[in-house]
Design a binder for this molecule. Structure first.
Ligand SMILES: *[C@@H]1O[C@H](CO)[C@@H](O)[C@H](O)[C@H]1NC(C)=O
Length: 648
């Protein structure tokens, strides 16, 4: 009794003293209302002496607000005060006790549930949990189902699933009566985090208590099922709705479409859009955005474009992200003009562009050879106050290098470096490659060096680019040293690395070394690709080892590699080198081994001769029976050999 009396009296003395009233003139309006509320009680205390029982505080000060269905009733001023006490502190419970004792109040379950739903507590699951526990210990108090539901909602949005489960278990044991409000809140919460078992428990409780689900309930349920990928169950709920009193609305449809898209059933999602229109439910921008996104993700850019056009026809507001996806799709398909047109429309409708859209457009223009347009877009982007990021610089540098404008690429590189952006290995390899192809090997080397200095470790693309630059200008020793370094640094030597080096070695007539490289590549289990096989086979042919080249094809077959065009490459390279005799020998070898249909070998050889400027021989071969017919040698039939061509 004493403990509760003391603060009350000191409060009364503040009221009595005019000198202290300045404290209250500074107090906020909620305090004043609060004082007014307890006015009556104070008078009662002073006149009658003994303390009245604590009063239950309700969340809304004006009950008529709630009764008349006012959607935004004025919250009780007590709410602000109580919320002010809820923060991460050891004394939180003590402060609450003091406060309630001081004002002789108790917090009603409705009030507790209201506090738990306030935005101030959203990000504080621990505080909410402690408040809930504290409130539960008030004298003659027990939580209503709404308190549990409100706490579960808060905990589920903050991602604390263990606590959600804990509170839910407590709720189940309490055997409280389900209410419409609690059911909706619980279904929404469990739905959002995809807790299906819990969701279905609530659904059962609703049935048991004859609570008819409303449209929101259905939509929350659908959302829950979809979020936990229970698409078939969602479809069933949807069917129930279609045949029942409460018809699916646009949210229901959007949820179902989202479900189909998430499970890769984009076709069904598209059909659902058709159904919507058939049942006069107008699709909204979310419907379209979901579908555009799904089509984009599937690489079906024409469908996302079609959906975008539909939105336009319906004069719908098109979300920025939809523009991004449509422009991105067009750019990926290399349709930079169309992408640009959509971009212009977007701007004319007052939508904000962004760096990613510009980057897409710049990339598409650069890749389709309009590097001028790409740099114009780059300038325009900066004029709009958008700062290019490393990806934008990357596509510009790549575009410039690929169009042979290395000088400008270097300028972009330097600007990028100066603006403090992180330059990754891809940009470096592009630049090294560009410099190498332009014959500026020393600069390429410097860039490689620079890269190491800033602590970016070169990947195999960087090494390959520099190795390529070295071999192209005959610096084989440097190239091989770099190859060795790759191994030391633990950077994977790829099939490209070997191909570049083999080409270089053959060019320098270092055939044995090239062959050794090939063998070590096979030993390492690296599978040669077409370009690599071409490097070796043509290298061997040119160094006069036609037989070895031919055997090579035999060796590859058991490895499961069918070098289709290898013989074509070899025939071409031999003809071009004027080594017709060897070409014919090779053609015979191929046919004898049954590697190819003789007719095809013949056609390839005819074309190779013509391309290499030996039209006379090509004509001669065409009019001969070589390759396609047989000649009788006594009793044995033998195919007419290609090598006869030079003898007849
Ligand atoms: C470098 O960045 C670009 C653009 O973000 C990216 O496509 C590329 O994969 C990155 N390269 C590396 C090696 O991380």
């Amino acid at each position: 009794m004493r403990a509760t009396l003391k603060p009350l009296f000191s409060l009364a003395s503040i009221f009595a003293s005019p000198r202290r009233s300045s404290i209250f003139s500074r107090a906020d309006s909620s305090n004043l209302v609060l004082l007014a509320l307890s006015n009556f009680r104070r008078r009662w205390i002073f006149t009658t002496g003994p303390l009245p029982p604590p009063e239950w505080i309700e969340p809304f000060s004006d009950i008529s607000d709630v009764a008349s269905g006012n959607r935004n009733p004025t919250p009780s001023p007590w709410a602000v005060r109580v919320l002010g006490l809820l923060y991460e502190s050891q004394d939180m419970e003590l402060n609450l006790d003091d406060f309630c004792g001081k004002f002789l109040i108790k917090l009603s379950p409705n009030f507790v549930s209201f506090i738990l739903r306030s935005s101030e507590l959203r990000e504080k699951p621990n505080v909410a949990m402690r408040f809930f526990r504290w409130a539960g210990k008030q004298k003659l108090y027990s939580h209503k189902i709404e308190c549990y539901a409100s706490l579960i909602e808060l905990l589920s949005t903050s991602g604390d699933f263990d606590s959600v489960k804990l509170v839910f278990d407590e709720l189940k044991q309490k055997r409280l009566l389900m209410t419409v409000f609690a059911a909706n809140l619980l279904i929404k919460s469990f739905g959002n985090v995809g807790m299906v078992e819990e969701l279905l428990w609530v659904w059962r409780k609703m049935k048991e208590n004859s609570i008819e689900p409303g449209l929101y309930t259905y939509n929350f349920l659908m959302n829950g099922l979809v979020n936990s990928m229970f698409i078939e169950s969602a479809e069933q709920v949807f069917e129930v709705m279609q045949n029942g009193q409460i018809r699916p609305d646009v949210v229901t449809y959007n949820t179902l479409i989202k479900g189909y898209c998430r499970t890769g059933k984009v076709l069904k999602a598209m059909e659902t859009l058709g159904e919507m229109e058939a049942t006069n439910v107008e699709p909204d921008k979310i419907t379209y955005l979901t579908l555009i996104q799904a089509c984009y993700a599937e690489g079906d850019f024409s469908s996302s474009l079609r959906l975008y056009h539909e939105m336009e026809e319906k004069s719908m507001e098109i979300p920025n992200h939809a523009y991004s996806l449509v422009i991105g799709g067009l750019c990926t398909e290399g349709k930079c003009m169309e992408g640009y047109a959509v971009f212009e429309k977007m701007i004319s409708r007052g939508c904000k562009t962004n760096v990613a859209i510009y980057t897409n457009l710049i990339d598409a223009h650069a890749k389709s050879g309009s590097i001028e347009e790409a740099s114009r877009l780059f300038g325009r982007m900066r004029n709009e106050g958008l700062d290019p990021d490393e990806v934008t610089y990357g596509v510009m540098i790549n575009g410039l290098c690929k169009s042979g404008r290395v000088e400008e690429a270097m300028e972009y590189f330097e600007t990028c470096e100066r603006s403090g952006l992180v330059i990754n290995a891809t940009i470096f390899s592009t630049l090294i490659d560009g410099l190498g192809k332009a014959g500026r090997v020393e600069e390429a080397e410097r860039i490689f060096q620079r890269m190491m200095e800033i602590g970016c470790s070169p990947d195999s693309y960087c090494y390959n680019a520099l190795i390529d630059a070295f071999t192209k200008c005959g610096k084989m020793d440097e190239a091989l040293a770099l190859f060795k370094r790759m191994e030391d640094e633990g950077c994977d030597q790829t099939v490209y690395t070997y191909t570049i080096l083999m080409n270089g070695l053959f060019r320098e007539h270092k055939n044995e070394e090239a062959l050794n490289l090939w063998d070590s590549m096979i030993d390492k289990g690296i599978t040669p690709n077409a370009a690599c096989i071409r490097a070796l086979s043509t290298g061997l042919c040119l160094s006069g080892k036609v037989g070895r080249a031919c055997r090579l094809l035999d060796e590859l077959a058991p490895m499961g590699i069918m070098p289709d065009s290898a013989f074509e490459d070899m025939l071409n390279v031999l003809c071009r080198a004027g080594r017709i005799k060897e070409a014919c020998k090779l053609a015979d070898g191929i046919v004898d081994r049954g590697r190819e249909i003789p007719g095809r070998v013949r056609t390839v050889l005819i074309n190779a001769m013509r391309k290499a400027g030996h039209a006379d021989l090509a004509v001669k071969l065409m009019h001969s029976r070589i390759g396609i017919s047989y000649e009788r040698m006594g009793s044995i039939k033998k195919r007419v050999k290609f090598r006869l061509l030079l003898e007849i």
